[in-house]
Ligand binder design. Sequence first.
Ligand code: HEM
Length: 390
Amino acid sequence: MENTSQVIIEVKAKVEAHNAAVKKRRRRQHRIALLSVAFILAFAFALPMASYTAHWFGSTAVAQDGGAAASTNPRSNYWRAVKEGVSGYSAVDGPESNVLIQMNGTYWEQTRSSFWVQKLPWIIAGMAVLLLLYHLIHGRNKLDKPTAGRKLKRWGWFDRLVHWVTAISFIALAITGISMLIGKAALIPLLGKAGFASAAQISLQVHNVLGPVFFVGISLMILMWVWYNFPTKVDLQWLKEGGGLFKKAHPSAGRMNAGEKIWFWLLATLGVVVCLTGVAMVLPVYGIALPAWAETVPWLSGSRAEMQQANLLHGVLAVIWTAVALGHIYIGTAGTEGAFEGMATGYVSEEWAMQHHDLWAKKLIDKGKLIEPGESGGRQQPDATIAPSS
Ligand code: HEM
């Protein structure tokens, strides 16, 4: 009898300890989620505020006044011909050096300021609203079973380093890029013309420095993770079931599910075009001349017309990409319990792995890679030796 009550007390104590641990973990996850949101917001506000402060302290930036006094040109026919592309003679040697007025620039400016380009960033706001609605209606994708403390290694330290450097630079590039694209309309009313000139200058500099960092990050991501992202039959079934997004089901998946693979290939195609068009614009800033053969690569010729095309393509694709990235960020934070933990620590719980990537988890468990509570998994490699998702 005494023995039975002793056992009951011990079981109760274990259950209480477990519940306390779960509560502690949930509080930690909430703290991390709140901190991430605060970090992103601080980041978003830091740029305009920094530029505003710079302006107050006498930044040298000068607002460009579009309404400069117009003067009548007595040689209008001459200039009309120049505008139409009649080339002159110049002692300066270089591409397009004898083109006095490049009219394409006017068309570029008109397209860039056109209604559709200026309103495009609203798709990011639209995506944010959709995600918020989904979250309010559907709620968080929680774990079906409580965690027992056993873990699997999912990401190595270098994977996580590359992911977070790329992610943080992406957010900074998105904020600075959008403030340059629609800043005239959105920021001049807030900061004034001179304040916006400083904001645009700082944004451009941050954009030019982080752009190459991001390109390196994304190239590494593609090289390191392409093996996990080749489509398989399982992905079709996953897609048919809508990834379980609207039901409580969890379709089978290998190391990466079909949704993640789509995100990956978007990044490896559209993302690369965004980066290449960025390179086309940033090379002259760093004074880098490409070898002659590179001039045949689209957007790399260095001509102003190509740079203008590159600029438009870069802006439009980047805005679309940012909207899609919001979906990825939501799923990786508030949307799915335990996903952020994986990219933050490198480890995921056995329950998370079985719920979201059952085929991958079973393979690892069969290979004896399950890490028991208290056991260090530090020396275990993620699963580079495991065949890509199936
Ligand atoms: C704050 C923003 C972000 C958060 C919270 C986040 C979160 C995550 C998480 C949790 C995973 C792991 C998913 C898993 O283990 O199955 C992941 C994977 C990944 N993330 Fe992010 N991410 C963010 C931003 C970005 C950005 C901006 C990019 C690229 C531009 C990116 C690219 C990737 C890629 C390529 C993967 C692997 C997907 C695959 O290989 O199929 N992430 N992210």
